[in-house]
Write a protein that binds this ligand. Structure first.
Ligand SMILES: Cc1ncc(C[n+]2csc(CCOP(=O)(O)OP(=O)(O)O)c2C)c(N)n1
Length: 555
């Protein structure tokens, strides 16, 4: 049975009408009317996650999997604030996270009534839309509520939204048998203008086209098909990290390491005439620096937001989805066949191919452990990577198989990687791997209490005793407080936490042990999730990466 008040019924019915079927619920009494209504309706798949910070990231993991909006629902007060990091992440990854917060009626905010704070608009500029629903007493209230919920859900197409729902007592009247019929409104995005002829001509004439693909959702099958059709294969170089999901025979993933080998002259020679970017964040810092120093004659950025100007040289914002742009653009460009590939493209491709990956001749370290892990990944699996060193080290290696790779790269926070992976794995059939550093792992421990904990999760925890990334930074060795305050060094091991949570625990601290443990980790059978904790040492971590980058310079 559903809860009786109309603003709750309208919200629940409209979520259903908009096709939002997965809801992550966090416990509370003010939101019990919402919880009861979602859980009573078999249309909704409900997940219970107590800690709202984890719940927000758990929902992001589900969005990564289903690529549709997902709702999170919490009680009033600080519960809502705990969604903050996930809301920010969703905003900068343009993910459709729908936040539903229950509240007291406006009259009681700031009156020392229990568990209240000013909830409407609390996420400020980090949401695409924020609405305060009315409590419904009249027909006009009902129309107003319907309009606001529709507006918010429509705005969620490319980012998070917040619906604050005041619910006065009684909170536990579960007497309604069916949801009301509701009006759903649909927004049709502006169609792309056909005025692209000039761009098509510029594209056909460009000699050096650099396409940089940032973070994209998984399985961009349609985008891949269109991009393959779009490219002349003559004048383009495609740079894409694992998070960009696109993969073709000649796309280049190791460009960050490649750029590290250039001198001023080569840096200028590799620069493009026309830069085309799409997708979200790019991890490499070197590419940003290099492109800012070597601006192209033209830069087109394709994306619905009409920003950003990451490389300080945008000439055209093509404000639409990459798919819609390519569809419109394809018929306009010339069909160039049997052209020879330009020397500039050949040079890029050769340089990228010749660049060696770090190998086992280097000391046992974060970098080489990552390499061994990457090579052991099972086919048809999915990978979540923590921020900090894992996402960077991962990029030094090609993946053995095409697989979706996810990371909370919207704001690069270290707090929600495990939770997101857990959300993805719940309901996924494949193995879901996580590679994560120790500070990021311990930060997100609460999700280990989630039940049922997905058995298909396989976690590689690289425990280097603190924030290892900071020790790699030039000049840090001179800081006397590096260990105490910057890298927050510790001697905590994960074993106790992991075993108490019913997860199978493995560990390794040399190549032989790692090899054995990785074989166990890739086993899809088993009654529980598994975690492999690998211990590495600061001095060897530093030596391995210095030796590797030095060897590239000497090539
Ligand atoms: C929520 C949040 N707090 C702080 C940071 C700053 N930060 C970036 S990397 C990092 C250290 C991460 O350490 P760990 O997860 O152990 O990975 P490692 O550096 O050892 O690879 C910190 C604290 C952040 N990105 N996000």
């Amino acid at each position: 049975m559903y809860y009786s008040k109309k603003n709750v019924l309208e919200t629940v019915a409209l979520l259903k009408a908009h096709g939002i079927s997965e809801v992550v619920l966090s416990p509370g009494s003010r939101n019990t009317p919402l919880i009861q209504s979602f859980a009573s309706d078999p249309y909704f798949q409900c997940h219970s996650v107590v800690d709202e910070r984890s719940a927000g990231f758990f929902a992001i993991g589900i969005i990564n999997r289903i690529q549709k909006p997902v709702a999170v629902c919490c009680t009033s007060g600080t519960a809502l604030l705990n969604y903050g990091p996930a809301v920010a992440e969703a905003f900068y990854q343009e993910l459709p996270l729908v936040v539903l917060s229950a509240d007291r009626s406006a009259a009681w905010i700031g009156q020392m009534d229990g568990q209240t704070l000013p909830q409407p608009g609390i996420f400020g500029s980090l949401v695409k839309k924020s609405v305060q629903l009315p409590e419904i007493h009249t027909d006009e209230d009902l129309w107003y509520c319907n309009r606001l919920v529709n507006e918010a859900l429509n705005a969620a197409s490319n980012g998070p939204v917040h619906l604050n729902i005041p619910i006065s007592e009684p909170l536990f009247d579960f007497s309604v048998e069916t949801l009301p019929e509701v009006r759903k409104t649909t927004v049709i995005a502006p169609l792309i203008s056909n005025d692209l002829q000039a761009l098509a001509e510029a594209y056909d004439q460009a000699e050096k086209v650099l396409i940089v693909i940032g973070q994209l959702p998984a399985n961009p099958a349609e985008l891949t098909r269109l991009l393959d059709k779009f490219r002349h294969q003559r004048s383009e170089v495609v740079l894409v990290e694992h998070l960009g999901q696109y993969c073709s025979e000649d796309s280049i993933g190791n460009f960050d390491a490649l750029i590290s080998t250039w001198n001023a002259e080569t840096a200028a020679e590799f620069a493009p005439d026309l830069l085309i970017t799409l997708g979200g964040h790019v991890v490499s810092k070197r590419i940003k620096k290099w492109l800012r120093e070597h601006p192209a004659k033209a830069h087109w950025h394709i994306g619905t937001s009409g920003q950003p100007d990451t490389y300080r040289q945008v000439t055209h914002f093509l404000q639409t989805t990459p798919e819609a742009f390519l569809e419109a653009f394809l018929p306009l460009k010339k069909k160039i066949t049997a052209e020879t590939v330009s020397p500039w493209v050949l040079r890029w491709n050769l340089a990228a191919k010749e660049l060696p990956e770090p190998d086992g001749s280097l000391p046992f370290s974060d970098v080489t452990v990552t390499g061994a892990f990457v090579k052991s990944l099972a086919k048809k699996s999915v990978l979540f990577t923590g921020n900090s060193s894992p996402v960077r080290n991962l990029q030094l290696y090609s993946l053995p198989t095409v697989m979706p790779v996810f990371c909370n790269r919207g704001t690069s926070g270290i707090e929600g990687t495990l939770s997101a992976a857990c959300g993805y794995a719940t309901g996924a059939e494949s193995l879901v791997y996580v590679i994560i550093g120790d500070l990021s792992f311990f930060y997100d421990l609460n999700i280990l209490t989630h039940r049922p904990f997905p058995k298909n999760l396989r976690i590689l925890l690289i425990n280097n005793g603190g924030g290892g990334i900071f020790k790699q930074l030039d000049g840090m060795e001179n800081s006397e407080i590096l260990n105490t305050y910057i890298s927050a060094s510790h001697d905590i091991k994960a074993k106790g936490f992991v075993e108490a949570s019913g997860i199978q625990y493995l560990n390794a601290s040399d190549y032989e042990g790692l090899d054995k443990a990785l074989k166990v980790l890739r086993n899809p059978e088993g009654n529980s999730a598994m975690l492999l904790e690998v211990f590495t040492e600061d001095s060897l971590n530093l030596e391995a990466s210095k030796t590797y980058y030095r060897s590239l310079k000497n090539m």
